[in-house]
Design a protein. Sequence first.
Length: 117
Amino acid sequence: MRFIKLLLIVTTALVLWPNMADAHPITRKVSPADGDVFPTCPDTFYVRFTQKHKLKQFMLFDAKGTPIEVGFQPRTTTNWEHRVQLPCLPAGQYTISYMVKGRDLHEITNKVSFTVK
C-alpha cells in the first residue's frame, strides 16, 4: 500500500512539474536593455518572452523619478512580444518599469535603465 501511494505521488509530481516550470514567462529579449546607452532617443520599447502573456503595466521615468506620459494602454490579448512607442527623449537617464501577467495570472515585474547621450 505504501508503495502504491509513493508511486502515485511520484507520478503526479512528474506529470505536473513540467507544467509548473513552464507557467511563468521568461524574458528572451528586451530593448532598451538595462544599461544601454543611445546616441539618440530610442523610438520603441520591445520585450519578448518564452511564452504568451499580457503586458499589463508600462511606465517611463526620468532620472528624478518623474513619470513621462507614453499613452500606454494595458494589453487585453496575450502575445509572445510587445512594443510600446516611446516619445523622443532629451539627453538623460531613464527607467522603464513594466509588468506582465502570465497564463497562471502570476504577475512579473521588471525594470530597465538606459541613457540617451
